[in-house]
Write a protein that binds this ligand. Structure first.
Ligand code: TMP
Length: 210
């Protein structure tokens, strides 16, 4: 185990449902810890009591249509709480932060998925968080067909998971497009490969960040 403590980095993991984000978040956290760093594992929407309460609202189903704008504003309300109370303080203490989804999910789900113009999300992000973005974003990529086979059939699906396959196809394309614009920050990992291969690739990415 290395004894050199690195300056904290902010790593996010993205992808459509069923690509294996959760197990890989744990792998990343483990690697960072084994290298002698403190790590905070968190998620969006969520990560603080208020943000987790907003998450419940976002994932639940009501007998009332929820507009794309409402979704977007709720996500940013949660995100501000999370960034200011959890992420920035942890980074300031030199900890690493690994977050299951972050701002790219908004561009993918609310932008491509719900059809909200990207410039609106850009200006909301700028107003809410300025230039605050992750140091590295890993996008786990797989077709919705493959990803959905992995979602356990015997659990209740949330409001997003009940969307049709086209919704997830648009989201997947948007993730790939975003990643293509900044090869420094984004890494695309083929999540349709066996878990061991995916983990080996992720190990390589994290070791490179050290
Ligand atoms: P999870 O299933 O990864 O925990 O995320 C909950 C849902 O929230 C997921 O279906 C994607 C959705 N989501 C958005 O629509 N926009 C966002 O910005 C984030 C962070 C999540």
């Amino acid at each position: 185990m290395s004894t050199t403590v690195q300056k904290g980095k902010f790593i996010t993991i993205e992808g459509i449902e069923g690509v294996g984000k959760s197990s890989n978040v744990n792998l990343i956290a483990d690697l960072i810890q084994k290298a002698g760093n403190q790590v905070v594992v968190t998620r969006e929407p969520g990560g603080t009591p208020i943000a987790e309460a907003i998450r419940k609202v976002l994932l639940a189903e009501y007998d009332e249509e929820i507009f794309g704008q409402t979704e977007l504003l709720l996500l940013y309300a949660a995100r501000i709480q999370h960034v200011e109370h959890v992420i920035k303080p942890a980074l300031a203490e030199g900890k690493w932060v690994v977050c299951d989804r972050f701002v790219d999910a908004t561009y993918a789900y609310q932008g491509a998925g719900r059809g909200i113009p990207i410039e609106k999300i850009d200006s909301l992000h700028q107003w809410a968080l300025g230039d605050f973005v992750p140091d590295c974003t890993i996008i786990l990529d797989a077709s919705p067909e493959i990803a959905f086979e992995r979602i356990k059939k015997n659990r209740d699906l949330d409001r997003f998971e009940k969307e049709k396959i086209f919704f997830f196809q648009r989201i997947r394309q948007q993730y790939l497009q975003i990643a293509g614009r900044d090869k420094q920050r984004y890494r695309i990992v083929d999540a349709s490969r066996p878990l061991k291969d995916v983990q080996d690739i992720i190990r390589g990415i994290i070791v490179n960040i050290f």
